[in-house]
Design a protein around this ligand. Structure first.
Ligand code: GLP
Length: 240
């Protein structure tokens, strides 16, 4: 694992954006796995800036997003689809038909997961961006005795509902279920880029990167991947 710590948010975001820019420069039709949450917002801003400066183009690129809430329409500001359009897609030259998102309103969620997994198999990920949940989740793969390999439906953990309640009017409005890429869908990416910020994540960062490999800390499975880059701010990295 390649772990880098940054003194400022700006440096972390710029470094992450440069990793994407370098990939797109060497492989314009790269397949990018993207993530939501508050952590990647700075990276997306930096990428939009690079695009505006003509330093990067997404014209031939493809994207896949990790997860989506079930029961929320794409035009709902709480949906991950809405988030991605607001933060990135609306500001770059990525063709709409190159965007792969899970549809949280699909009438058959199981079938939707299968459709998505098939697309992923057709277009293997060159890079997968990840955040880290406070309980060690990656995407919406929650701590459990057993984890699923492929894209699947999950019941969200109480801790996740609490953490994500800040984006909703109340915790009761947070959807209880989501669709998410599985551990194998993520681990098949050629490069995994994880970003983590904040003192509240320091303990889970230590467990994930240096603790035992266990399904109770889904991010610890990343220790088995040959090409992982982790970018941390000083607070998140202070227990390593
Ligand atoms: C959500 C997402 C994850 C994300 C996590 C952390 O639950 N499904 O993909 O990594 O939250 O979010 P944040 O970056 O806001 O701490």
């Amino acid at each position: 694992m390649n772990i880098k710590t940054f003194a400022t948010q700006q440096e972390l975001d710029n470094h992450a954006a440069q990793i994407f820019a370098n990939l797109l420069q060497s492989k314009p039709n790269a397949v990018l796995g993207l993530a939501t949450g508050s952590t990647p917002i700075g990276l997306y801003n930096a990428l939009v800036q690079l695009y505006k400066n003509n330093e990067v183009s997404f014209k031939q690129a493809y994207t896949f997003n990790l997860d989506e809430y079930i029961g929320i329409t794409p035009d709902n500001p709480q949906s991950y689809s809405y988030f991605m359009h607001e933060q990135l897609f609306n500001h770059i030259d990525l063709p709409a038909e190159h965007i792969h998102l899970l549809d949280g309103t699909a009438s058959d969620a199981k079938e939707e997961c299968q459709r998505f997994e098939e697309k992923l198999t057709e277009k293997p990920l060159d890079i997968q961006l990840l955040g880290l949940g406070h309980n060690g989740h990656i995407a919406f793969n929650e701590p459990a005795e057993a984890l699923s390999a492929k894209t699947h439906i999950v019941k969200l953990d109480e801790k996740t509902l609490q953490a994500n309640a800040r984006f909703f009017a109340s915790i009761d409005e947070v959807p209880k279920h989501a669709m998410t890429m599985g551990i194998a869908s993520i681990m098949k990416a050629k490069h995994i880029l994880m970003l983590v910020r904040g003192a509240d994540k320091a303990a889970i960062v230590k467990q994930a990167l240096q603790g035992p490999i266990t399904t109770q800390v889904p991010a610890s499975l990343l220790q088995l991947h040959a090409n992982v880059t982790v970018l941390l701010d000083e607070e998140a990295g202070r227990m390593l």
